[in-house]
Design a protein around this ligand. Structure first.
Ligand SMILES: Nc1ncnc2c1ncn2[C@@H]1O[C@H](COP(=O)(O)OP(=O)(O)OP(=O)(O)O)[C@@H](O)[C@H]1O
Ligand SMILES: [Mg+2]
Length: 273
């Protein structure tokens, strides 16, 4: 079943210059899609439209079969979370704990249950020791982890990460990717949209949508979308490491099948020697 259906979505901030034009796509429940594209291609605008922070100029958005409009927006927002690019814009509480608690208070979770949920999600993103700290004292990457814990703690049906890992160091990125993997394992119905410049992050999703100047220019399985070097160059995208590596191996007559991981590739090469 499609959890998100977007039909002919168009938007302009000034009613003159289109920022999104005729964007159409759907996301099935429990899948993880990535939206990639150069700066200013309309990714954050699309995220804000999906969650109803901006009002579309044209087109339709259905969440779980319900048309997003003024009447349905509050119910729909209950099901969705958006983690923004800049963590400074999303802090409300005076301590890390208060901050993660904020959304849960709105959900009327009991006090003891809340403590447990907060502790487990803070731990999950590596911030368990910082519960009593002031958010303003944290680094950008730590703030972003807290924001991610706050979103995950709400157990939304749909979570949108808008460059949410861009401030994290490589290990922090890996940790968050692992958190997402664990969340998907424990809740196969969780639908994830990652807006990212990191092609490695996009490579692990089920489907990639490429935006350019407010239009979808490519979409499909990451192994297909990211395989065409010329097209990637046109849309200012890199090729994920694994595909690049396989292509270079192919040039020296070592052919590796599509699904292989890096470890498996190395093993195949060793065996063939
Ligand atoms: N509040 C705003 N008012 C007017 N124009 C805006 C506003 N926010 C974004 N824009 C414009 O809309 C276009 C799309 O911006 P958007 O932030 O959606 O791009 P993006 O793909 O998220 O870029 P980035 O990769 O830099 O985050 C840009 O041309 C931008 O200048
Ligand atoms: Mg953006």
């Amino acid at each position: 079943m499609d959890e998100i259906v977007v039909k002919n979505l168009s938007f302009s901030y000034d009613k003159t210059h289109p920022v999104l034009s005729e964007v159409t796509f759907s996301v099935s429940r429990g899948s993880h899609i990535s939206i990639v594209g150069h700066n200013g291609s309309g990714k954050s605008t699309l995220a804000k439209l999906l969650i109803g922070l901006l009002e579309r100029s044209n087109g339709e958005i259905f969440i779980d079969g319900i048309l997003l409009n003024e009447k349905t927006i509050n119910d729909i927002r209950e099901k969705m979370c958006l983690v923004f690019q800049n963590p400074d814009n999303q802090f409300i509480g005076s301590t890390v704990e208060d901050d993660i608690a904020f959304g849960l208070e709105n959900k009327r979770v009991s006090q003891p249950e809340m403590k447990d949920i907060i502790a487990s999600f803070a731990e999950e993103v590596g911030m368990g020791k910082y519960l009593n700290k002031e958010p303003s004292m944290l680094s950008g990457g730590q703030k972003q982890r807290v924001a991610i814990a706050g979103a995950l703690a709400l157990s939304p049906n749909i979570i949108i990460f808008d460059e949410a890992t861009s401030m994290l160091d490589p290990n922090g990125k890996k940790e968050i990717i692992n958190v997402i993997k664990r969340m998907r394992n424990s809740n196969p119905d969780l639908t994830i949209i990652s807006i990212t410049h990191d092609v490695e992050e996009a490579f692990i999703s089920d489907e990639v949508i490429v935006l350019s100047q407010g239009k979808i220019v490519m979409s499909g399985k990451p192994s297909i979308v990211f395989s065409d070097r010329e097209t990637l160059k046109k849309y200012r995208l890199d090729m994920p490491f694994l595909l690049d590596f396989k292509e270079k191996l192919k040039a020296i007559d070592i052919n590796i099948s599509e699904e292989k991981t890096l470890d498996e590739i190395v093993e195949t090469i060793c065996q063939s020697k």
